[in-house]
Ligand binder design. Structure first.
Ligand code: MEV
Length: 324
């Protein structure tokens, strides 16, 4: 709940955005160089910067955060570390300001919340201090932030968060990204396990195992790469049964990598039992969220209802070529 001490900004026009995301296929393997496909969702992180008399104050009323940044302190939350890096990088460390964040993306649910938070804050700083940053600068700086939060990030989250497009992605400097076309949005349900996703822990675990057993893991990553590449045609032709199969197979590999979670498996079972042609973990795993591919609004509502009945939160969303 809002603290009441801070006046709410008048309207959305003053806000800067970072988009939340889902990964359709290829999380984790993308860290090891494969392709992956991700889409923006309508949920965003919104931020606004305004004048303050002393210091840098971060306000996230919805999360109960209201704190003046202590530079160089041993920060409990990685957001403060990342904010320090961003301010240093932009040469704003000695300026005074309020940074207020309005989060729509659920925290630590594998929906790109941390990347979207960085993107929204960088854009809000850019606007307030008229820094002249372009989208590419925002993407690069939010990638640095992702590396602080997650360590060894591929860059897919902050890239989708910056541009807000449905993309085929491959990591690199700069990363490769191809915008995919889609005639009509594809309905999905996002099921939330209610358990925080453990992205950095899972990324680390997969890396350690891949180093131990390079031969086995190379084979798996190669299969995951093929699925991601094949998904382009299925998406652009809107072939939902094929896309569903790709997602189901991709989930099988994510299981092989050991990044799923019991509640995520329960949600996947609910989705598949109620007609979803594909259902898989999305994001870092170890908790977090899953997505279910639906062929109609009716199926979407039914699956959402079944998830609610089982005690889970579930969101109705769409895969779209871009998000306003
Ligand atoms: C997290 O949304 C996606 C991962 O592949 C990590 C990354 O690509 O940085 C698990």
């Amino acid at each position: 709940a809002a603290t009441g001490k801070v006046p709410l900004p008048a309207d959305d026009d003053e806000m800067s955005y970072g988009y939340g995301k889902i990964i359709l296929t290829g999380e984790h393997s993308v860290v090891h160089g494969t392709h992956a496909v991700a889409a923006p969702i309508t949920l965003k992180m919104k931020a606004k910067v305004w004048d303050h008399d002393k210091g840098v104050r971060l306000l996230i009323p919805r999360w109960g955060v209201e704190q003046t940044i202590e530079f160089g302190a041993d920060h409990k939350y990685s957001i403060f570390k990342s904010l320090e890096m961003i301010l240093d990088h932009l040469d704003l460390r000695n300026r005074s300001m309020n940074i207020e964040v309005f989060p729509e993306v659920p925290r630590a649910m594998g929906m790109g919340g941390s990347a979207a938070l960085a993107v929204a804050i960088i854009r809000a700083l850019n606007k307030h201090f008229e820094l002249g940053l372009g989208d590419d600068d925002v993407r690069r700086l939010s990638f640095e932030s992702e590396n602080i939060v997650h360590g060894g990030a591929s860059g897919i989250d902050n890239t989708v968060s910056t541009y807000g497009n449905l993309i085929m992605f491959q990591k690199g400097t700069p990363p490769k990204m191809e915008t995919l076309t889609l005639k009509e949005p594809i309905p999905i349900v996002i099921g939330l396990s209610g358990v925080e996703s453990m992205t950095s822990k899972m990324v680390k675990q997969v890396r350690e195992n891949a180093e131990k057993h390079p031969k086995w893991y190379e084979q798996i990553f190669k299969q995951m790469d093929e699925l991601a590449l094949a998904s382009k045609n299925a998406i652009e032709k809107r072939n939902l049964s094929e896309l569903g199969m790709i997602m189901n197979m991709n989930h099988g590999y994510l299981n092989t990598l050991g990044v799923s979670y019991p509640d995520v498996e329960s949600l996947i079972e609910i989705a598949r039992n109620n007609g979803a042609s594909g259902a898989k973990l999305t994001g870092g795993g170890g908790g977090g969220a899953m997505i279910a591919l639906c062929d109609s609004d009716k199926m979407q509502k039914k699956i959402q209802k079944k998830m609610h009945e089982a005690g889970y939160d579930a969101l109705i969303a769409e895969i779209k070529p871009s998000t306003p």
